[in-house]
Design a protein around this ligand. Structure first.
Ligand code: ADE
Length: 223
């Protein structure tokens, strides 16, 4: 199986690229390598829905990946603390109105369910790694959420457990191509007035890099 992995930081590619070949596609830094028995293409996604959708389509159309994994940071919209994870059951947009318009085109959905087999693999890995996690909805939009009122409004409209800026665009494009996907969101902040400071905490980023690279290696080997 060939796995496409959308990552958030250059450092993740640096840390995982021990035997890989680097290239640039559509302005995205990518790297193809072998992990376990599987071919993996790592792609630096960029921030926001346009970057995430374009990067996902490139992985599918140009690199012919059979499945897509995204691991990235998110603001918490539930009890999960910084460093914990939300294993995404489905992804929706919080900034697309009216949301029903999305369902006019294939695959005719307003939220996109993650693949069960891939998510079961991810859940076992999170549990083996001792990461505190919950399963839940991710709400995606082109906005960094750093206000309690905005966060509560998004929760009331989407019932989400995490907010971020790429997940649903990745899910949407994977679903449109009938490609299975799995999203794992590591909590970097509380999506309220403290979010910006928490997000820029270097310790959080260092811990994130450790969790994400460890997770990606285990996931690729478990496929
Ligand atoms: N990614 C990480 N934290 C976020 C937040 N609070 N809002 C949007 N995207 C995020």
């Amino acid at each position: 199986m060939k796995l496409g992995v959308l990552v958030a930081f250059d450092k993740e590619i640096d840390l995982l690229n021990l035997n890989g070949k680097e290239f640039c596609l559509g302005g995205c830094r990518m790297c193809s390598l072998t992990l376990g028995d599987n071919e993996v293409v790592l792609a630096l996604c960029g921030i926001g829905k346009a970057n995430a959708g374009a990067c996902t389509q490139l992985l599918i159309s140009d690199q012919h990946v059979d499945a897509v994994l995204n691991i990235g940071l998110a603001g918490s919209a539930c009890h999960i603390p910084i460093g914990g994870a939300v294993l995404v059951t489905e992804a929706t947009y919080h900034d697309l109105y009216p949301i029903d318009f999305v369902a006019e085109d294939y695959p005719n959905l307003t939220s996109f369910p993650a693949d069960k087999r891939l998510s079961d693999i991810a859940e076992k890995i999170l549990s083996d790694m001792g990461v505190v996690y919950t399963k839940g909805i991710v709400a995606t939009g082109d906005q960094f959420i750093s206000n309690s009122e905005t966060k509560q409004d998004i929760i009331s409209r989407t019932n989400c457990s995490a907010v971020e800026m790429e997940g649903c665009a990745i899910a949407h494009i994977a679903a449109k191509n009938d490609i299975p996907f799995c999203l794992v969101k590591i909590i970097s902040d509380s999506a309220d007035e403290e979010a910006e400071e928490q997000f820029h905490d270097t310790l959080t980023i260092a811990e994130y890099l450790d969790t994400s690279t460890n997770f990606i290696k285990r996931f690729a080997q478990a496929l």
